[in-house]
Ligand binder design. Structure first.
Ligand SMILES: [Zn+2]
Ligand SMILES: [Zn+2]
Length: 199
């Protein structure tokens, strides 16, 4: 009798790990990861300069050109950001300005679920079931309603290893242009699974 072998069919994705952008440190002070701080500061500076939300401007521009748009529904736009840090990095943004995730209506969450499901199905099709990180960026709890920050989801499949250069310098080398990544995902045909009992 041999040793039991692991059943390859049981190999699944690692369990979902939550990386909250807000982490409570000792003494109940909230701390923010550096890239979230930079995004918040950048959005605030843009607002001071232009008196408009940078994410609302991105949504308008991307809707006009269409080349980096992956999908769209009534409430959400899914797009490849102009300067992605990782290949196939994709954002899902509410089309109407909203600074905090928790302010959204239940109708919006329904459309968010549809947008997210469609993106994950397309990514599975194009990238062959990749592991990924999914991050919600939302205004800090102390400032849930503002004009300069616009909550969104960032989807980052793990296709390349981030090397020492990226970690050390903060510059990211991304070999897939966002226009190409968006085109692959946009054109990936996915079929809605038929609900049980329906033929
Ligand atoms: Zn906005
Ligand atoms: Zn973000």
């Amino acid at each position: 009798m041999g040793f039991p072998r692991p059943d390859p069919r049981s190999q699944k994705r690692p369990p979902l790990q939550v990386h909250p952008d807000l982490q409570e440190s000792r003494g109940s002070r909230w701390i923010l990861p550096i890239y979230v701080v930079e995004e918040l500061q950048g959005a605030k500076q843009y607002y001071i300069y232009k008196e408009r939300c940078v994410f609302c401007d991105i949504i308008r521009q991307e809707a006009d050109s269409g080349i980096r748009v992956v999908a769209e529904n009534e409430d959400f736009m899914t797009l490849a950001p102009y300067a992605p840090r990782f290949p196939f990095e994709t954002w899902i943004l509410p089309k109407r300005h909203e600074s905090a995730f928790e302010n959204s209506s239940s109708h919006m969450f329904e459309n968010l679920a549809k947008a997210l499901k469609l993106l994950l199905m397309k990514a599975d099709r194009v990238l062959d079931n990749p592991p990924y990180n999914l991050v919600i960026h939302s205004s800090p709890v102390q400032d849930p309603n503002n004009e300069h920050y616009h909550w969104h989801i960032e989807f980052m499949p793990k296709l390349t290893k981030t090397a020492g250069f990226e970690w050390g310098t903060g510059f990211y080398i991304n070999p897939t242009p966002p226009e190409e990544a968006a085109k692959f995902l946009r054109e990936a045909g996915v079929e809605e699974p038929v609900p049980a009992g329906v033929r």
